[in-house]
Ligand binder design. Structure first.
Ligand code: NAD
Length: 479
């Protein structure tokens, strides 16, 4: 049984109160670790430590800080299999996904921001009679709060740019998925990152997370998680004028236009719907299909969904793992029951698979495809965040755009067509932060990432992350 510890002041320690929380493997229901149940006292100590560390960290040169990021990337890379195994056990996701997406991205996040820091251009504006120099000063101490679906992927996406800009961080990973944050803590000690630059505190959101939101000396909060929690984060932090980045929920449309290449669209939309068991904020969980090709698409889509191999996440052949917890599975199942009550037809899935022990105790649920629901129904407009997609027909592109915009969310989506110019036109008409055409989740780390409406406030990615984790100051002097 592993004992996860907080990283604070350059040491690994339990919560000050000594209390712990059980960490359960969702694929087996077995307890795999205990984690510290940190609270406001731990946050107070971490802030003191970070305050001491921050001035020296901020005065390092850009090259020195970039080198630290590269060292962390190298150390993560040397443990990629260990990270993947921990992520798979902790989340229930297939090991291949944990390795190729989660673990690989944690390395590239540190490496990418190291290089971007080195390349960051100086901002100087000449006037006829004066010069302006823009200086990006660190905020000081920033709070980073992350969810369970892509644990180290999202934590490293925040830590790397935050420390690159000269801040010290207090990070709180999801209480459901602490394992890779603990591995990162060990790696930061191994590489010898200066004490207090990164502090990682584990525990419940309303306890340690809330204390991070409330602490007056934490100047910015970068939050990724559900919209309801994000609303609470904003309500708590905004009156203190903390800088806020909110990356929240989504209900993303995959739009299959009449001229789409059906084979490619089926392959792409199945991946978009069910990657990580549908537990990615960007997942395309409502599929809007042109009437002319609806039947062909729906038949091929269901056949492909039925080819997933469900089971032991650590098996290299598994393509579909468990959901994050039994409680989350029950929430997803409640939506399936609701869909049936609302007149939906279950084309495939909707039930728990029969698996051998110990996986019969896991939070598995078959990939589920539902048709015949109204695009205004709750299953079509609310975020389910699980392996459930709804199919809808449309007869004109205007109708498809109207359906796509008919949710409170505006995070992402994809359009499938052989006419790229028209695809761009349709994409631009959707109220969303990101749209892919004929692909999905193809990420360039330089581009803006984030959502509109109830999906987000602000953008992360590339220089936008650097802007968020710094305060721009202008200095003007006469010639
Ligand atoms: P969640 O909102 O329940 O939790 C997110 C984090 O917030 C966790 O660390 C949690 O402990 C913490 N938290 C909870 N209450 C808090 C409080 N009072 N104060 C401070 N922190 C608190 O979300 P989740 O269930 O972990 O993740 C799933 C959600 O995340 C989905 O809605 C998904 O769409 C969203 N998500 C969004 C993105 C994006 O980039 N937009 C990426 C991944 C996940």
């Amino acid at each position: 049984m592993q004992q996860v510890l907080n990283l604070m002041n350059g040491v690994l320690i339990p919560a000050g109160c000594g209390e712990t929380i059980d960490n359960i493997s969702p694929a087996t229901g077995q307890k795999i670790a205990t984690i510290p149940r940190s609270n406001d006292s731990d946050v107070a100590v971490a802030v003191k430590v970070a305050k001491i560390a921050q001035p020296a960290w901020a005065t390092l040169s850009i090259d020195e800080r970039a080198e630290w990021l590269d060292k962390i990337a190298d150390a993560l890379e040397s443990k990629i299999d260990e990270i993947a195994a921990a992520e798979s056990e902790d989340t229930g996701k297939p090991i291949s996904l944990a390795r190729d997406v989660d673990a690989a991205r944690s390395v590239s996040n540190f490496r990418f921001f190291a290089n971007l820091l080195r390349e960051k251009p100086k901002e100087i504006y000449e006037m006829k009679d004066a010069t302006n120099i823009v200086v990006d000063k660190p905020i000081g101490i920033v709070g980073l709060i992350t969810p369970w679906n892509l644990p180290l992927y999202l934590l490293s996406w925040k830590i790397a740019p935050a420390i690159a800009m000269g801040n010290c961080v207090i990070a709180k990973p999801s209480e459901l998925t602490p394992m890779t944050a603990f591995l990162l803590s060990q790696i930061l000690l191994e590489v010898g990152l200066p004490v207090g630059v990164v502090n990682i505190l584990h525990g419940f959101g309303p306890e340690v997370g809330q204390a991070i939101l409330e602490h007056p000396e934490i100047g910015a909060i970068s939050f990724t998680g559900g919209t309801a929690t994000g609303r609470h984060v904003a309500a708590t932090s905004a009156p203190m004028f903390k800088k806020l980045s909110l990356e929240m929920g989504g209900k993303n449309s995959t739009i299959i236009l009449a001229d789409a290449d059906v084979e490619k669209a089926v392959a792409g939309s199945v991946r978009a719907a069910f990657l990580n068991q549908g537990q990615v904020c960007l997942c395309g969980s409502r599929i809007l299909i042109a009437d002319e090709i609806y039947d062909e698409f729906a038949n091929k889509f269901v056949a492909k969904v039925e080819s997933f191999k469900i089971g032991d996440p650590m098996d290299e052949d598994t393509s579909f793992g468990s959901l994050i917890s039994n409680a989350h599975r029950q929430k997803v199942e409640a939506y399936i029951d609701l869909a049936i009550k609302e007149g939906g037809t279950i084309l495939t899935g909707g039930t728990r698979p029969n698996l051998q022990p110990p996986f019969d105790q896991g939070a598995f649920l078959g990939p589920t495809v539902i048709s015949d629901l109204s695009p205004h129904s709750r299953c079509s407009t609310e975020e389910i965040f699980g392996p459930v997609v709804v199919l809808h027909r449309f007869t004109s592109e205007e109708e498809a755009i109207a359906i796509a915009n008919n949710t409170e969310y505006g995070l992402a989506g994809s359009v499938w067509t052989e006419d790229i110019d028209n695809g761009i036109k349709v994409a631009e008409a959707i109220d969303s932060g990101m749209i892919w055409i004929n692909t999905w989740l193809h990420r360039d780390l330089r581009v803006p990432f984030g959502g509109v409406k109830n999906s987000g406030v602000g953008r992360e990615g590339g220089y936008r992350s650097f802007s968020f984790y710094s305060e721009a100051m202008n200095i003007n002097y006469p010639k």
